[in-house]
Design a protein around this ligand. Structure first.
Ligand code: BGP
Length: 461
């Protein structure tokens, strides 16, 4: 059966500034990643930090040619807050950095590639982190100033805008787990940071609407559908709680302007509520996303906790449930994540049924592969049949969702050219184009050729 997507479907990929640009010569403030690397290089895979990248800053013209050759009609980049505001996220905007982004996006448009602009992708300027990062209202105000400056400077170039990528990531990584700087476990501080991220999103949207641009603004969320291990009431209840913490926490306020009741009642019961004002709640309720990006990699499997919780340990969501890998599930053996293509369909149906069928697209989906050189063919090309199959399997379910009325407008793969990953550096490769880090040579993978053909036909057999 042939799969053909609607006309004007957005085909492309995504990456972020910190993961791709490299230093460049505009002057750039220190980010939390740069600081963390200087303090603890051993945490980073192969001791490679955020300065060693795909060098897109200097090579963007050639890279845009590669976008074209791999069939992109759209592409998500992020702007670097630290580059645009080299005084640490505040002060005067840097004209050289503005020129860089204007040239870059104009070149994309010349090549019929729509720029999807994301304002924040994990790269907090260090000076703002020193004030508390997202846990501080000062950061919210600095962010709104940054966002408004970008709307004004690039409003004619952005096809769509996003306030941030995966806001849950920095909260989990910083305050609940251990993969974002400055990594200290404190749930209440995390709840505060989450609340201010949501407030920053709403305030930016409020300002955006005043400018009457032709584009829309929304947010990119990582949303794994949650499945209980069994249908017994304990596993079901555990899954609902996990879903409230991980899925509804940002989705509800950012898209509907309301907070998830279950989540709020747990936080109240355990005295973990952030500070807020009535005015904040009003701004959040009145300024919600107009478009939604869905990052989907793997499902969330949940079971009830079997082991007791030590209540003297810090409050964590895992008090209420256990995440677990279901035995017998198909895994991406190269990355350690489960592959479950039906999850993309379940996610889209959730958005259709519970979020007013808001205009959406898949903003990240992809397959990370460690040691991908092992798939190098004789002609120097990576023969990544597994990635082609991964993409097709997910698109088949996406197609089903579209046919059942989901308002899905496109599909963006993670990622374009192999790029630097937070902590994992260059271990897991995701690109349609491979990178030889030593020489910066780019080579289109087999999947890149497939992607081109697929986007020309708007589908596949
Ligand atoms: C997403 C992030 C990306 C990217 C991707 C792949 O969560 O938005 O920035 O890193 O995951 O993950 P990783 O690089 O850890 O394999």
């Amino acid at each position: 059966k042939k799969i053909v997507f609607p006309e004007d479907f957005w085909w492309g990929s995504a990456w972020s500034a910190e993961q791709s640009e490299g230093t460049g010569d505009t002057g750039k403030a220190e980010t939390i990643w740069k600081r963390w690397f200087s303090e603890e290089p051993n945490r980073f895979y192969d001791r490679i930090g955020p300065d060693v990248t795909t060098d897109h800053f200097n090579r963007y013209k050639d890279d845009i040619r590669l976008m074209k050759e791999t069939g992109h009609n759209s592409f998500r980049l992020s702007l670097s807050w630290a580059r645009l505001f080299p005084d640490g996220g505040r002060g005067e905007i840097n004209r050289k950095a503005v020129d860089f982004y204007r040239d870059l996006m104009s070149e994309m448009i010349k090549n019929d590639i729509k720029p999807f602009i994301n304002l924040y992708h994990f790269d907090m300027p260090m000076k703002l982190q020193e004030l508390g990062g997202w846990a501080s209202r000062e950061t919210v105000e600095a962010y709104v100033n940054y966002a408004v400056s970008c709307f004004k400077e690039f409003g004619d170039l952005g096809y769509h805008w996003f306030t941030s990528n995966e806001p849950l990531g920095p909260i989990l990584g910083t305050y609940l787990e251990d993969f974002h700087y400055p990594n200290f476990i404190d749930f209440k501080e995390g709840a505060q940071a989450a609340f201010y991220t949501i407030l920053a999103h709403a305030k930016a949207i409020k300002e955006f609407k005043k400018l009457n641009l032709k584009s829309k603004i929304g947010v990119i969320l990582n949303l794994s559908p949650t499945y209980p291990r069994s249908s017994n009431k304990w596993d079901t209840e555990a899954a609902e709680t996990a879903d409230a913490f991980y899925t509804r926490s940002f989705l509800d306020p950012m898209v509907k302007g309301t907070f998830n009741k279950k989540l709020v009642s747990i936080l109240k019961e355990y005295d973990q509520m952030p500070d807020y004002t009535e005015e904040d709640l009003k701004i959040i309720s009145e300024n919600t996303a107009q478009i939604l990006g869905l990052n989907y990699y793997e499902p969330r499997r949940v079971k009830a906790r079997l082991t007791a919780v030590n209540k003297n340990s810090p409050f964590l969501p895992e008090w209420f449930f256990e995440l677990h890998n279901m035995p017998g599930k198909r895994m991406n053996i190269y990355r350690g994540w489960e592959i479950y293509e039906k999850g993309i369909y379940d996610l889209c149906m959730d958005i259709k049924e519970n979020y007013g069928n808001i205009e959406s697209f898949i903003s990240e989906n992809g397959m990370g592969v460690a040691d991908e050189e092992r798939f190098l063919g004789e002609n120097g090309q990576i023969i990544d049949e597994y990635r082609i199959n991964y993409i097709k399997d997910h698109l088949a379910y996406l197609y089903k969702a579209v046919n059942e009325g989901c308002n899905i407008k496109g599909y963006h793969l993670w990622t374009f050219i192999d790029c630097w990953s937070w902590i994992n550096a260059y271990k897991n490769r995701y690109g349609l184009v491979s990178l030889d880090l030593a020489t910066q040579k780019r080579t289109i993978k087999k999947s890149g050729e497939f992607f081109k053909k697929m986007t020309e036909e708007n589908g596949f057999l």
